[in-house]
Design a protein around this ligand. Structure first.
Ligand code: NCD
Ligand code: ZN
Length: 335
């Protein structure tokens, strides 16, 4: 038995920087054609020059991978900065609330700090990608507490394309469904598979600790239903976020789960279990590209039904689902 997909896209991924970037990019290239790389690198990706260099580094390391880096919106980002980035064809800018997640310090305290930049993004049709959590709310309520900010931005910029990244709650799903403007959300693999009980109901699983944290079964069900409804506002963004094993096992684990090594097989299994294999292609290969205004990729990725055990370590990190057996495997990529 096989699954043949148009080469998928991953609209939210962390490839980091330096030498490690090369192996993370290569791992992603085994299953994906195009990735939106997040700019919370050290230092952050802010200017056209940063983005050009970053893209060149990642693409030369991983043949077959198109890397679209987002720029990071800083309190100092001006309308002129956005115009320059737009002229260069940068598809998205990323909004990190200050301190909301890994490498987000120096981020935004209030959206009005970038009001002019947002106006320029609307004018030049650059997508606003948002880590939608209010870091001063209790951890499980952070996404819901951020939704009023989304509503204010929407009211001020009716045509701005906005993505609520890694939506994790029923409230977030509801907001996206009801929004009158061009709003979408990415959904990760880990928020589809796991809940808080998997994270800390037994022994603490640092490798599943990410922001936003995995939530309740009801929240997970809300995400599931959007995918089963083939709602084009909800598409795939893995938020694969590698952290070296020593850091994850340090007692002060940073947020982020490394899902890249298992994404397509685990998603195939999820769609099969939900008797919805035909919904895998639009979720992974069509809806996100359409929202961003790109054509679908031209190649194909073929998966075969075959058991394999997820290694305990990949690229120096413990991958999601390490040590478990998956029933689908990537056979090959063509084109
Ligand atoms: C991400 C990281 O490690 O860069 N961590 C995470 O928990 N998801 C940042 C992010 O997307 O929040
Ligand atoms: Zn992320």
């Amino acid at each position: 038995m096989k699954i043949v997909l148009t080469t998928p896209d991953d609209w939210h991924v962390h490839l980091r920087q330096g030498e490690a970037l090369e192996s993370y990019a290569q791992t992603h290239a085994t299953g994906f054609g195009r990735v939106m790389a997040m700019p919370n690198t050290i230092p952050p990706l802010v200017t056209v020059e940063h983005l050009v260099e970053y893209r060149k580094h990642a693409e030369s390391a991983a043949s077959g991978l198109t890397v679209l880096p987002a720029f990071r919106l800083m309190p100092t980002t001006s309308a002129e900065d956005v115009a320059k980035l737009a002229q260069f064809g940068v598809p998205a800018g990323k909004y990190y609330p200050d301190g909301a997640t890994t490498n987000s310090s120096g981020g935004l305290v209030h959206w009005r700090q970038i009001e002019e930049a947002l106006a320029a993004m609307e004018e030049h049709d650059v997508v606003l990608s948002i880590h939608g959590e209010n870091p001063s709310a209790p951890v499980l309520e952070r996404e819901e507490a951020f939704l009023p900010v989304l509503a204010e931005i929407r009211q001020s910029f009716p045509k701005l394309r906005i993505i609520l990244e890694h939506v994790s709650t029923a409230a977030g799903v509801h907001y996206v469904m009801e929004d009158q403007g061009p709003t979408a959300a990415t959904i990760t693999l880990h928020h589809l598979l796991f809940t808080l009980d998997d994270l800390l109901g037994g022994s603490l699983d640092a490798h599943l600790f990410c922001k936003p944290v995995v939530k309740t079964a009801a929240d997970r069900e809300a995400l599931t239903q959007r995918i089963l409804a083939s709602d084009s506002r909800f598409f795939f963004g893995s938020d694969s976020a590698p952290h070296p094993v020593v850091k994850k096992q340090s007692g002060r684990a940073p947020a982020g789960s490394y899902s890249a090594p298992v994404l397509l097989p685990a998603l195939a299994q999820w769609f099969e279990e939900h008797q919805a294999l035909e919904k895998m292609q639009p979720f992974l290969c069509e809806f996100g590209a359409a929202f961003y205004g790109y054509e679908a990729n031209t190649g194909r990725v073929i998966l075969e039904k075959k058991n394999w055990e997820v290694p305990e370590l990949v690229d120096g990190c413990v991958p999601l689902l390490a040590g478990t057996t998956l029933s689908w495997k990537v056979l090959r990529r063509e084109g």
